[in-house]
Design a protein around this ligand. Structure first.
Ligand code: F6R
Length: 618
């Protein structure tokens, strides 16, 4: 979590820093701050809460100076107070830094520094890094011929002592033209401009400033000056930076007339799905095409078990993937929470393929689970949205979603793009094995119907808003579905609880009888996902059970059916599509329901409390 930025060049640093922090605010918004080095030394401004608060604190006194760093925080160590906001100073203020990550051994380091006389101003783990660098500088001779080397050595020596993760941007009060960035386990990119350089936690702040970007890797350290960039590796010394072209368009991260990113992203889903499928459907061979799996068809044919791992919403799409891959590719699939997989030691046979599913590509648990399985010699692939992310780099290969930037904290278009990508993978693996040409052709035809079906599903918006009005004040929701739509129930419940703070539980509809039915009363609505399919009648029976106990029912159904109309208090119709693709369509009204309820309850839809978009701590 947390977002960091840095700038060195001819312009006023503060402008880029504030703008960059706004674009990174999705990574955390407990507090923010900037430090700018000008003629009068370092000007430091910090504020609790959103970037807007920081802008108010700065007021009209925007700091002059063309070198600076900034931070937006998701609190881990220490509450979200101004004192705990970054940047932090080290020594007597000669070192100023921002940090994204967690320092696990900060306590003994802090005790050591306190014993040496360093005075701590915050309860964060990050402040130890600033004092450690100051301490390293204090013990290195000032008259050394190569002044730059002295700072680099101090940062490197400090990095060597840290356990945990860090993305760092460091400025030195007596060094007006140089910033140092360092990375281990937390993402960090350097933007290469003309006579200027930028640092950011991801590429989004760079859009509109430069399209040339260097993704720093673990144990790399970058020295940025207006006209030069030097990258060093802890073990290999100076390396030539791999400058890549940035594809993000500024327009893609604007609200585009929508009130919230979440709503915009919900409405972007037909296009996101089109983009996920673009160039990947092979009519001639009735299969899907994937360029980046980095495995031969022979290797893929020999896969006899698949593990899908991820967190949160990405874990839900993994569950959809399990149904798809088992039905169409006939490969046994296990879905694992990445946070559990990373510490478990399950027996994994040589023919197992591990997929990490992630929007951000930065989720710490998913990254760690992939790294651990790779370390054991297994092949790991990523299904990932953010190009060049840590997970994309760590995996042996993978598939990009091409959904475009997802800014709203609640994942929407990434989820449906993940489900669509998993559906294409099921086709691909199926066609490598037993799935017939004819079956492959019809599968592709159905995939092609998806964008229009999702578009049509979006027309339920006004109806769903009415339902949200009716139920906005309840305390608990149940979400129930079966088979392919059991994950839809989980996802609907997660969307509602994370942005509206209403307690919601998702269950396989038949499981309800084993406990959750005790929650049913006239104040607890149950949302049933009940499209036509193998368990249609069974779910109708579950609806009867809720109805018999006086529970209000909202049904997400495919076509008019008097049975549903008589049972449900509200019915939302979505287009019918074969059962295996139905989750991608059925989830649309649930996303809209969560959105409208949250809005009516006055919640911050795009930045719900306590959450952040990228969970880069475990
Ligand atoms: C929920 C949500 C989270 C993420 C989870 C994993 O709406 O967005 O549950 O799905 O934090 O994030 P990624 O997919 O970036 O690994």
């Amino acid at each position: 979590m947390c977002g960091i930025v840095g700038y060195v060049g001819p312009k006023t640093a503060g402008t880029f820093l504030i703008d960059g922090l706004r674009r990174l605010e999705y990574r955390g918004y407990d507090s923010s701050g900037i430090a700018v080095l000008g003629d009068d030394g370092v000007a430091l401004h910090r504020a609790v809460g959103r970037i807007d608060n920081l802008v108010s604190v700065i007021g009209s006194q925007s700091p002059s100076g063309s070198l600076g760093i900034g931070h937006t925080r998701w609190a881990t160590h220490g509450p979200p107070t101004e004192g705990n906001a970054h940047p932090h100073r080290g020594g007597n203020g000669e070192v100023v830094l921002v940090h994204n990550g967690v320092i696990e051994n900060f306590q003994p380091l802090r005790e050591e520094l306190v014993a040496k006389g360093y005075a701590f101003q915050s309860s964060t783990d990050s402040e130890v890094i600033a004092h450690l660098i100051a301490d390293a500088l204090a013990t290195s001779p000032r008259d050394s011929e190569d002044a730059e080397q002295r700072y680099v050595d101090a940062v490197q020596q400090t990095a060597n002592r840290l356990r945990g993760t860090y993305g760092l941007a460091v400025l030195f009060a007596d060094c007006p033209e140089m910033l140092i960035a360092a990375r281990f386990g937390s993402p960090l990119v350097v933007g290469v401009g003309r006579g200027e350089h930028f640092i950011a936690s991801d590429a989004s702040p760079l859009a509109g400033h430069t399209d040339r970007i260097v993704y720093l890797a673990d144990h790399q350290l970058a020295i940025l000056r207006p006209g030069s960039l030097t990258v060093l590796h802890r073990d290999n010394g100076k390396i030539s930076p791999d400058v890549q072209m940035l594809e993000t368009e500024t327009e893609q991260v604007s609200l585009d007339g929508y009130d919230h990113y979440m709503l915009k992203e919900i409405y972007e889903q037909p296009d996101a799905i089109r983009n996920a499928m673009r160039g990947r459907l092979d009519d001639q061979n009735a299969t899907a095409l994937f360029g980046g799996l980095n495995l031969t068809p022979q290797q893929l044919r020999s896969v006899d078990r698949i593990i899908l791992t991820g967190c949160g919403t990405s874990w839900h799409s993994a569950l959809v993937g399990e149904y798809l891959l088992e039905e169409f590719a006939r490969i046994p699939v296990e879905v694992e929470y990445a946070s559990e997989l990373r510490y478990r030691n399950p027996p994994i046979e040589p023919g197992t393929l591990v997929f990490g599913i992630t929007q951000s590509g930065e989720t710490a648990d998913t990254l760690a689970a992939l790294v651990e399985t790779k370390r054991k010699g297994h092949r790991t692939l990523a299904i990932n949205n953010v190009v060049g992310s840590s997970i994309a780099q760590a995996a042996d290969g993978g598939v990009y979603l091409h959904a475009g930037p997802e800014i709203g904290v609640a994942s929407t278009k990434a989820y449906t793009s993940q489900c669509c990508t998993l559906a294409m993978l099921a086709l691909y693996f199926g066609r490598l094995r037993h799935l017939s040409y004819e079956a492959g052709k019809s599968y592709i035809e159905n995939l092609r119907r998806l964008p229009a079906a999702v578009e049509q599903a979006l027309s339920c918006d006004a109806l769903v808003r009415g339902i949200a009005e009716k139920y906005q004040s309840v305390n608990t929701f149940l979400y129930l579905g079966r088979q392919y739509n059991f994950p839809t129930a989980l996802e609907g419940a997660l969307k509602l609880k994370e942005i509206s703070y209403i307690h919601a539980e998702g269950y396989p509809a038949a499981e309800m009888k084993h406990g959750p039915i005790a929650l049913v009363d006239q104040h607890t609505p149950s949302v049933f996902i009940v499209p036509r399919g193998t368990t249609y009648e069974k779910v109708l029976a579950n609806m009867e059970e809720v109805k018999a106990r006086g529970g209000p029912i909202i049904a997400i159904a495919c076509q008019a059916d008097p049975a549903i109309d008589s049972l449900a208090d509200d019915v939302v119709h979505v287009p019918a599509i074969p059962e295996f693709l139905q989750p991608i369509v059925s989830v649309i009204p649930l996303q809209l329901l969560a959105y409208h309820v949250a809005l009516m309850r006055g919640c911050d839809v795009d930045k719900p409390r306590n959450l952040a978009k990228s969970v880069t701590v475990e």
